[in-house]
Structure formats: C-alpha cells, structure tokens
Design a protein around this ligand. Sequence first.
Ligand code: FES
Length: 277
Amino acid sequence: MKAGRLAAISFVLSMVASLALVAVYFVGESTPLEGTLLALALGGLGLGIVVWAKSLMSAPEVTEEHEALSSGPEARDRTKAMVQDDEVTRRTLLVRLVAGAGTTLAAALAIPALSLGPRPGQTLFGTKWTSGARLVDRNNDPIRPEDLPIEGVVTVFPEGFVGSSDSQTVLVRVAPDLLEPVEGRQDWSPQGCIGYSKICTHAGCPIGLYRAEAHQLLCPCHQSTFDVLQGAEPVFGPAARPLPQLPLDLDDDGYLVARSDYLEPVGPSFWNMTGGE
Ligand code: FES
C-alpha cells in the first residue's frame, strides 16, 4: 500500500475514533471502551504522521542507466502537469485529514472538562450551621447537655441536615472547670458541652477517636491529636491549625443550639494559603 494512502487511512481512523469517543461520553460511561477509542485516536494520528513523514523524507536519488529517450515538448508538458496536479491534490488531502484528526482528537480530549461541575464559589467557606440550629444526632434527636455523660462524645449535625459532610461536628462533654477556653469563647460551651468540626484540618479525614483520660481528639489518618480543653489546639501530628470550634448555646427548652456557623472554614488548612504558597 502506498504511504500516502496508509497515512490517509490512519487519519480517518483517528477521526472516527475521536468522534466515537465523544458519542460514548454523552451516551453513557464505559471506561474500557473510552480507553480503546482514545488509543485508536492517538494511535491513528501518530501512525499517520509517522508514515507521512517517512514518505516525505525517504526519497533516495537513484540513477538508472538507459538509452537516451525522447519525447516531444507537448508530451513532456502534459506529463509534468499531470504529476504536479496529482501531487498537489494528495498533499492537500493529507493536510486536511491531519488537521481534521487533530481537531476531533482535541475536542474529544476537552470533553472531560464538562465533568468538572460548577465552581465551588463561597460554598466551601460555610456550612449548614446557622444561629439557633439545634444539634441533633444521627437519629435526628435533639440533645440536652444532661443527655451526654461527662467524657461522653457524639457526632452531631444541624437539625434538618443529618449526614451533611461539611457540618459534621464532634460534641464532647467535659467537666466545665477543666476547660481553658480561648479568649472570647468563654460562653461557647454550656455545661461543659464543647463542639468541634469533625473534619481534620490536615487532610480532611473524619476525627474518629476521643481519648477521655487525656481529653484529646485523634485523627486516625496521620495521628494528628487535638487538645479538647484548649480550643482543639494540635498537640501532635501534621495538622497545623486547631479544629474550628462551633459556638454553642441552650434554647428555651434546654436543647443545645448553635450560636452561628463556624467562624472559620472547616477542613484542611490550605484554605488559608495564597496562590504563591
Ligand atoms: S488527615 Fe488527619 S492527620 Fe492527616
């Protein structure tokens, strides 16, 4: 098969595979099929370029001895025009095919950007906690301080948002006289009930353990340890900042409620970083 024809077939194959890849993306996900089509699209384009380049470069000069041949000037001009026309047509076709294959492949590769979804905007800087929102457990039951024994611990959510991942809060009850509240937070822990974000400030794992004898919350991922009595300051491990504290109060019925949302973003501390860091 001639090199030009093989290159053209490769480019067409690449285009068809790219278009099929776009179609498969929209029709339904099939990762093995998408992988196969992507391989065909890339492979076809690459093979076509290589074959075409080789055909352009490998043009050895060969001299064949023969007797003098002669044609009339008219026959020579006609033959020359035919060769030139053919060359221009073939080259134009290949240029168009390689451009088409490149464009369709670029379109196919750009499609996954549609899966990124909307930008998060400011949603990562707040949670579902609002002023007056009752603290409820996983069963949606509101909680009074006396429901929790001293050194007891429970995961709580704002009422109406059980399971909200960014709002999950670990509620611990300690003897009030042990607390050493951060300045300005003296009234955030009624009857020794103190709430911290359950999302580790290192890499976002859920805080999973409470060591009552040391009054420490532990993250199981990399062992970051936070001092419950002192504003959840990290005392061990890679976490660089305290767990955000939820301001708590009691409503008229004696149930625990939030005074407001967290005053700082929950989760990994990269929220505080600027673009240059
Ligand atoms: S995610 Fe908690 S210590 Fe790394």
